[in-house]
Design a protein around this ligand. Structure first.
Ligand code: FAD
Length: 394
C-alpha cells in the first residue's frame, strides 16, 4: 500500500495485507453482505437494558439517533415468534425512532432456539438463557453509524476497557497479553470507521454521509490502529474457518425454506471458497498460544478480563451503541471460544457447541470488520494523502 504504514505480513498472523485486501474485496465482502441480510442473521437476541454493574448513575442515552428500532412481531421469521396471546398489544408498541413498521416487541419464544443448545460461553458475561429480559432486534433496521454518543460516558467505557482490562503491555514480550489489546483496539477502529463512514453531516437537513477527516483523525492517522483492525479481522476469520464443519451443518431454519436454503448455500461458499483457502489457508495460528507452564493461568486471566469487557457493554449509555457493542463483543467471545477452550487446550471442532446467537454475532462481526477493512483499503491512501498534509501525522 503506497504511502501507508502497513505492508508485509499482518503482525502475529499468517497472511499479508495485500492478500487480505484481495480476498476481502473478491470473496468475503460480497458473500458476507448477502448472508447478513437473510432472516437467520438479521435478528439478534439481546438484553438492551442499561444494567450497568460498575456505574449505577449512568443513565440511558437520550439522543434520538441512539434509539434502536425493534421488530414488529409480523416481521420475525415464523420459528422466531412468541406464542400468541402473550406480550404487548400492537397499540402498546411504539417505535423509538418513530417508524411504525418497527414497533417494539420485547418478548421471545424459547422455540426460536430449537435445535440449538444453550451452553455457557466462558468468555462472555451475558446469560443467553435470560429470555424474559431479551428482545429481538432487526440489525438491518439499525445500522452501526454515528449516534452522537460521545463525551465522558463514552470515554469512561473505553478508558475502563483499556486501562483496567487490556493494557498494551509495551514492555512485555508476551504475545498472549497483547492479543486482547489488539482485538479490542481492532474492534474500536472498526466502530470508529463505521461512525465516520455514516455520519450526520448536517443536523438541520438530516444529511448523512462520509466524514473523511474524522476517519483520518480517529484511525488512519495511527498505523497501529489500522494494523489491529486487520489483525482482528484475520483472527475472527480464522475462528470461522476453524468452525467450518460445525457452521456448515448448523440449523439455519427460520421457516422460510427458500431463504434458509440460500443462507446455507452462501455459508458453504464462504466456508470452503477455494480462492480464500488458497490465498490465506490459516489466517491466524492459534496453536502457538498458551504454551508453557504459565499458559493455563494466562488463559484464565485473559478470560476474566474479557468477561469484564463484556460486562462493561451494559454501561454503554446509548442503546444503538450498546446493541452493536454487545453483538461485536459476543462475536469476539465466540471467536475466542472456538479457538481456545478454558483449560489451555484447543477446542476440537468435534466438541464445539455454539448458540444460535453466537453464530449470528460471529458472522455479523466478521461482516462489520470486512466492511471496515474494505473502507480502509479503498479510502485509506487518498484520505491519508489529503488529510495527512492538512492535519499532520501523530
Ligand atoms: P474514542 O473513540 O472515544 O476513543 C477514546 C480514546 O481511546 C482515544 O482518545 C484514544 O486514546 C484511544 N483509542 C481510540 N481508538 C483506538 C484504537 N482503535 N485502538 C486503541 N486505542 C484507541 N458512537 C457512535 O456514534 N456510534 C456507535 O455505534 C458507537 N458505538 C460505541 C460502542 C461502544 C462499545 C462504545 C464504548 C462507544 C461507542 N460509540 C459510538 C462512541 C464512540 O466510540 C466514541 O467514544 C465517541 O465518538 C467519542 O470519540 P473520541 O474522539 O472521544 O474517541
Amino acid at each position: 500500500q503506497e504511502g501507508l504504514a502497513y505492508h508485509g505480513i499482518v503482525e502475529d498472523c499468517c497472511c499479508d495485507y495485500e492478500t487480505v485486501d484481495l480476498i476481502n474485496v473478491e470473496v468475503l465482502h460480497p458473500l458476507l453482505q448477502q448472508i447478513v441480510k437473510y432472516p437467520f442473521f438479521r435478528y439478534f437476541k439481546v438484553k438492551l437494558w442499561c444494567d450497568c454493574p460498575f456505574w449505577p448513575d449512568d443513565g440511558m442515552c437520550r439522543l434520538r439517533d441512539c434509539s434502536v428500532c425493534e421488530c414488529p412481531e409480523n416481521e420475525f421469521p415464523e420459528t422466531f415468534r412468541k406464542p400468541s396471546g402473550k406480550g404487548l398489544s400492537s397499540d402498546d408498541l411504539v417505535c423509538q425512532e418513530g417508524k411504525p413498521e418497527a414497533a417494539v416487541d420485547r418478548t421471545i419464544d424459547a422455540k426460536a432456539f430449537k435445535g440449538w443448545v444453550e451452553v455457557d460461553n466462558p468468555w462472555t458475561n451475558d446469560d443467553e438463557t435470560d429470555n424474559a429480559e431479551m428482545t429481538y432486534i432487526n440489525l438491518q433496521l439499525n445500522p452501526e453509524r454515528y449516534t452522537g454518543y460521545t463525551g465522558p460516558s463514552a470515554r469512561r467505557i473505553w478508558d475502563a476497557i483499556y486501562l483496567e482490562n487490556c493494557q498494551k503491555y509495551p514492555s512485555e514480550e508476551c504475545q498472549e497479553k497483547r492479543i486482547l489489546y489488539k482485538l479490542i483496539s481492532g474492534l474500536h477502529s472498526s466502530i470508529s470507521i463505521h461512525i465516520a463512514a455514516d455520519y450526520l453531516l448536517d443536523e438541520k437537513s438530516n444529511r448523512w454521509g462520509q466524514n473523511l477527516s474524522l476517519m483520518y483523525e480517529r484511525v488512519l492517522k495511527y498505523p497501529d490502529r489500522v494494523r489491529n483492525l486487520y489483525f482482528t479481522f484475520l483472527f475472527v476469520l480464522r475462528s470461522v474457518t476453524k468452525a467450518a464443519d460445525y457452521l456448515e451443518q448448523a440449523d439455519y431454519d427460520t421457516g422460510n425454506s427458500l431463504e434458509d436454503l440460500n443462507t446455507q448455500l452462501l455459508m458453504k461458499k464462504l466456508l470452503h471458497d477455494h480462492k480464500l483457502r488458497a490465498a490465506c489457508p490459516k489466517p491466524f495460528d492459534e496453536a502457538k498460544l498458551w504454551k508453557g507452564q504459565s499458559g493455563p493461568e494466562l488463559m484464565k486471566q485473559t478470560q476474566k478480563q474479557f468477561r469484564n469487557i463484556s460486562a462493561l457493554m451494559d454501561c454503554v449509555g446509548c442503546e444503538k451503541c450498546r446493541l452493536w457493542g454487545k453483538l461485536q463483543v459476543l462475536g469476539l467471545g465466540t471467536a475466542l471460544k472456538i479457538l481456545f477452550s478454558d483449560n489451555g487446550h484447543e477446542l476440537s471442532p468435534d466438541n464445539l457447541q455454539l448458540q444460535r446467537n453466537e453464530v449470528i454475532a460471529l458472522i455479523n462481526l466478521l461482516n462489520r470488520l470486512s466492511e471496515s477493512v474494505k473502507l480502509v483499503h479503498e479510502m485509506g491512501p487518498s484520505v491519508e494523502r489529503i488529510y495527512g498534509k492538512i492535519i499532520g501525522g501523530p
